[in-house]
Design a protein around this ligand. Sequence first.
Ligand code: SDX
Length: 440
Amino acid sequence: MSKKDATTNTVTITDNRTGKQIELDLLKPTCGPMTIDVTSLYKQLGYFTYDPGFMSTASCWSKITYLDGDKGVLEYRGYPIEQLAEKSTFLETCYLLLHGDLPKKDEMEKFEYDIKHHTMLHEQLLRFYSGFRRDSHPMAIMVGVVAALSAFYHDDEDIHDPQDRMNAAHRLIAKMPTIAAWSYRYAMGMPFIYPDNSLDFSENFLHMMFSTPCEKYKVDPLLAKALDIILILHADHEQNASTSTVRLAGSSQANPFAVLASGIASLWGPAHGGANEAVIRMLTEINDSGKPLSDFIDRAKDKKDRFRLMGFGHRVYKNYDPRAKIIRKICHQMLESGQCTDPKHQKLLDTAMELEKIAREDDYFVSRNLYPNVDFYSGIIFLGMGIPLNMFTVLFAVGRSVGWVAQWNEMMADPQTKIGRPRQLFTGEATREYQEFEER
Ligand code: SDX
């Protein structure tokens, strides 16, 4: 749908300072809020709009992911996340996000072949790992190694060629699990395990994470299935901070591997993808403190205290994050199945559920529509899989890479795309003369 097709009406802006009136186009989306096209505002009125957190601003058009924060709806290319989590696989979801429709059988087989034949890294890249300290955070390693891919794939890719962009997409989707698993192996002082093309995407990740050269590693199919669903849930999420970072970095026509490294860097923050690690640290602090949960709820409400309920609240969802509902169910299934034996994990889940219950009855959280988000329960599942705490956001990045690359591809395919260059509300000093030392 072009902007012309979306234009249904206009809004009139009256400048009460000058009495001038202008008309701006009103755009009707497939679903979601009507949108005022302000591209001509500065030209017509000489005014900027001011919206630092993009609370009311659409930064682009997109056909990939739709979410309704009030209803708690999330759809990839029109398919509800609940159906994809139940019936699809992560790799099929990657195809859907990249190409816009579910694949036919032959299309899926070709896609799986292409991805499987890009899972290896250039042998020179292995040396990057040894430049890091063993106790480096795996996200720091991932940012570095993914950015370094731009040194290996630069001249043979034309980002204006659709096929070259798809090659870059395949390489990134395929190599992220390898880079992620090897970040863990390096930290543990264990040898890198190469990808095994006889395994599916999530089985292969667990194989590269946990198998050893000395004995045959049997992937637990239940854990592989749980991981596959979690990757589906993390695959894309409209114009979140890291995706917006990828779009802005990509708008300068930079190398796609360097662009994705910028997305990984943005995701790392505890206000965004780093929240899954922060939730477990918070729950552990609560459990170890021996203090009542109400103390922590009070701290979360105290503006003078930096403590926040990690995994709670969301810029868009003012209802239960649909992904959190699915993850919560997997949490229960995994713990009830006895898959994870560590009683600490059950205690974390019990504390998380108690915290959710108290918060959802407290007016501070209810009045601000603060609900558990995708990160509130995901860490408990990762722990149950034997994934260490500092690898949680790395897994988020593995899932989100397809969303980043699909959104980057959509932007690069649009001939109207311009470099992103926001303006500002300048509140600094007006023009003033230079003063010599004596005059200062
Ligand atoms: C992700 O955007 C995406 O789609 C992101 C994501 C994705 O898939 O890409 O969904 C993934 O990043 C999920 C969010 C993970 N982050 C956390 O769980 C960190 C804890 N949450 C908060 O930091 C916060 O809720 C944000 C950052 C998620 C959203 O912040 P907003 O939209 O800027 O909202 P806000 O900070 O202005 O909060 C509104 C009010 C404030 O109080 P008042 O000023 O109105 O008095 O709610 C309060 C906040 O203080 N508040 C919280 C809170 N979150 C918001 N108070 C206590 N604990 C919290 N967690």
